[in-house]
Design a protein around this ligand. Structure first.
Ligand code: ADP
Length: 220
């Protein structure tokens, strides 16, 4: 399956993507994670992306589209993938459509995670992420780790992303409404969009997502 996950920052895309990718047996491709890996490895691409990310703006398409395509060309993605954070504007969606049709492939679904705006800000401001694996996500009050600052899953150090401050979150939400939401209409025109609520327990949202994808038999 080839799936795109969309939703505002804080909708739980990263968390859900990890579970869904595992249930569906496809790789989870997160452009945010790819950028963060480049930043921590101090690559040229990381240097190019950092100032945009810190401000909560989109990294320019020239950088982003090539990086996403390189990742989708890797062998593990030949049979399908779950895209998280890409495409993030209509130009990227058009580039993805062209890339896939060039390969004789197409998307199966665009899963739209809906969450109210005040909930998003609360989720993000308290979010803590493991340095070892961005799918290990905690929240200071909603999902606190057993030991403060330590990942329950792997013992890694928890940190707050530099762009998870309240001021940056407001800008990321503005960018989401202005740039990313229009891709939902782009994909509605192709009949690909399934919308689910991202409220409730993580496992409930995963089950809802699997059902929406027609794969409820395998839901966790
Ligand atoms: P979230 O969805 O929680 O805001 P991500 O980890 O997906 O976070 O993205 C973090 C930042 O990385 C974005 O605010 C943006 O600066 C950059 N980024 C990620 N994906 C893209 C993309 N497809 N196009 C442009 N910038 C991107």
């Amino acid at each position: 399956m080839r799936i795109v996950l969309v939703g505002p920052p804080g909708a739980g895309k990263g968390t859900q993507a990890a579970f869904l990718a595992e249930n569906l047996g496809i790789p989870h491709i997160s452009t945010g994670d790819l950028f963060r890996a480049n930043i921590s490895q101090k690559t040229e691409l990381g240097r190019a992306a950092k100032s945009y990310m810190d401000a909560g703006n989109l990294v320019p398409d020239e950088v982003t589209i090539g990086m996403a395509e390189d990742r989708m060309k890797q062998a593990d993605a030949a049979g399908g993938f779950l895209l998280d954070g890409f495409p993030r504007n209509v130009a990227q969606a058009q580039a993805l459509d062209a890339f896939l049709s060039g390969q004789g492939a197409a998307l199966d679904a665009v899963l739209d995670l809906e969450v109210p705006e005040d909930e998003v800000v609360k989720r993000i401001a308290g979010r803590r992420i493991c340095r070892n694996d961005s799918a290990h996500v905690f929240h200071v009050s909603y999902a606190p780790p057993a030991v403060e600052g330590v990942c329950d899953t792997c013992g890694g150090e928890l940190y707050q992303r530099g762009d998870d401050t309240e001021a940056t979150v407001r800008n990321r939400l503005d960018v989401y409404h202005r740039e990313t939401e229009p891709i939902i209409d782009h994909y509605k025109a192709q009949g690909l969009v399934v919308t689910i609520s991202a409220l409730g327990k993580v496992a409930e949202v995963t089950s809802r997502a699997m059902a929406a994808l027609g794969r409820d038999d395998q839901a966790a």
